[in-house]
Design a protein around this ligand. Structure first.
Ligand code: ARG
Length: 561
């Protein structure tokens, strides 16, 4: 049961204001002696023409809520104290009856949400920044799906642009076919870098590259064949990483996919009368909105990144009729997306308001951190490998006889990295610190996974499945834990509304902390049978919630570690 909603419902009917508004006002007080929920009356003073304190005390007399044991007035606040045993047993039974479905809902039924994420550039290294968009997008798509939305996971590959002309020129001159097979991205990247060095000395290379790209755009067989090969080789490498991370996509429609859909964009903008010429280029002016113009066609007639994004948005609306079209792309591109969305709005697409840019910060590696092959570019492959190897060392140290240690090390190592990326608000930069990431007792993935494994081991060692009377649990730690478990849906809804998986990461950390407090204060084995059975159910409910929460982050649990 959602107790917050129950309280909000009563307040809303007494005061005659919307339940949604009351939900927003209801707080969880910082200290237990201030109750389980608090309702501040400040914001009502104006409409009700009364002092907040007076509103609070009058409201108290008008409220009778079965699930609430008592209500106290504290100045302008109403503090609600839940009936603890009612609450705990209601929460635990609900969790144990819903299981995998606990925290899920069908509020999004019939609506489609597009989540575009990862979107690396082919022939370029997939780096630690791309990992950021990959894990945020993966988590957001899981969160929306859990609320009944149909989700479409899109990888908008960077697979088009003048750089492919350069790559073809470079390929003709310097490719090492052996290396291309072994380490395709490294080799393609080497060729690309070399092209730029050589073109400094011999500018005519640029004309040749331009001609190749023109041929590619015109669909000439030779160029298309090479481009396809670059794309496939790169995808092979990316897919290896996705598999390792447990990340999937429904569509790989990248920039090249929109090659034949851009004339229409130009047409639409022209008909709307918003396409103007500026220094030979075709642009949409945005000075009224304090932004530089969106360039649609360059002076040489070529379309660019932004044109492809306009075409993509129009295509997506037609194909999926989305409720939301979410772009998980680094914050440095926020101006680009504001321009694209504004241009769509000016073009008359009312759904432009449903396009959302979800930005994120930078990833920094201070000091020696890890064996990066190329100075400051930390390759993702290296990062993941290092995580798994280090996790295995730590785990074996703790538990030398662990079965399936490789699988556990993989889940813990990868989970630790995902957790780190999703731990703080996404706009914050991440500073990588191995010791911290893999520690078992910080605010980390391994800490939560270990808590889960420990709870599972308690359940394995005991005979569970008894019908227990949960009202025998009256301790503070038991109640606090059950309260946290019961607020899972709140966390998921908030994470969804803010496009912020960190809400769930913080939440699951709180579950682990509350569980460990409970575990340290409420003995299980030495308790008398009725208490023991009830506590085992609370343990089981905790495992359900941790597993469901981690799944929404894209992190797997292990039964033993
Ligand atoms: N390929 C781009 C990059 O690596 C990201 C693409 C973002 N998505 C978009 N629709 N523009 O920076």
């Amino acid at each position: 049961m959602d107790y917050k909603a129950v309280i909000a419902n009563k307040i809303s009917s007494v005061l005659n204001i919307g339940q949604e508004d009351v939900m927003r006002l209801l707080e969880i007080p910082p200290r237990p002696e201030m109750g389980d929920y608090a309702f501040p009356c400040f914001s009502l003073a104006k409409t009700l023409r009364k002092a907040p304190n007076a509103i609070a005390s009058e409201l108290k007399d008008q409220l009778q809520i079965k699930e609430v044991e008592r209500i106290e007035v504290l100045g302008p606040y109403l503090n609600f104290f839940l009936d603890k045993t009612e609450f705990l047993s209601g929460a635990v039974s609900e969790i144990l009856s819903k299981r995998e479905a606990y925290g899920h809902s069908d509020t999004g039924e019939g609506k489609t949400v597009l989540v575009e994420y990862s979107s690396p550039n082919i022939a370029k290294p997939f780096h630690v920044g791309h990992l950021f968009t990959t894990v945020i997008g993966n988590s957001l798509s899981r969160i929306f799906k859990s609320q009944g939305y149909k989700t479409e996971r899109i990888n908008h590959l960077g697979d088009w642009g003048t750089q492919f002309g350069k790559l073809i020129s470079g390929y003709e001159r310097w490719v090492d076919l052996e290396k291309l097979k072994e380490m395709p991205i490294e080799e393609l990247n080497r060729i690309y870098v070399k092209f730029h060095e050589e073109a400094e000395k011999e500018p005519s290379l640029n004309d040749e590259a331009r001609a190749h790209f023109k041929n590619l755009e015109d669909g000439k067989e030779y160029e298309v064949k090479l481009w396809k090969e670059f794309r496939e080789l790169s995808l092979m490498v990316f897919e290896r990483v996705y598999k390792e991370l447990g990340v999937e996509f429904d569509s790989y429609a990248g920039e090249s996919f929109y090659g034949d859909k851009m004339d229409e964009v130009v047409d639409i903008l022209e008909k709307k009368g918003i396409l103007t010429e500026s220094n030979g280029a075709q642009v949409v002016m945005l000075d009224e909105y304090n932004m530089p113009p969106t360039i649609i066609k360059k002076a040489d007639g070529a379309t660019i990144y932004a044109t492809r994004d306009l075409a993509a948005a129009i295509y997506r609306k037609r194909t999926y009729d989305f409720h939301k079209n979410i772009y998980v792309v680094g914050t440095p591109q926020s101006l680009h997306f504001r321009q694209v969305f504004k241009t769509l709005e000016l073009a008359g697409f009312e759904w432009a308001k449903d396009c959302v840019h979800v930005g994120f910060g930078l990833v920094k590696f201070p000091g020696k951190m890890m064996s990066s092959r190329k100075g400051d570019v930390v390759l993702l492959d290296d990062l993941l490998k290092e995580a798994v190897v280090t996790a295995e060392k730590i785990i074996l140290d703790k538990n030398p006889n662990l079965k399936e240690k490789e699988d556990v090390a993989r889940k813990v190592g990868i989970g630790a990295i995902i957790f780190t990326y999703l731990k703080n608000g996404r706009e914050k930069d991440i500073i990588f610190d191995w010791d911290e990431i893999l520690s078992f007792d910080g605010e980390t993935g391994p800490y939560v996974q270990y808590t889960y494994a420990r709870a599972k081991s308690i359940l394995r060692k005991n005979d569970t499945g008894h019908d227990a009377d949960l009202t025998v649990l009256t301790g503070t730690e038991e109640f606090e834990l059950s309260k946290t478990l019961a607020s899972f849906s709140n966390a998921v809804t908030l994470a969804m509304e803010k496009y912020e998986p960190s809400v769930i990461t913080r939440y699951v950390l709180q579950v682990a902390k509350d569980f460990n407090k409970f575990y340290n204060n409420c003995p299980i084995n030495s308790a008398e049978t009725s208490v023991k059975n009830a506590r085992l159910q609370l343990v089981e409910a905790t495992t359900v919630v941790i597993k469901n929460a981690l799944a929404l982050l894209g992190i797997e649990t292990v039964e033993e570690m």
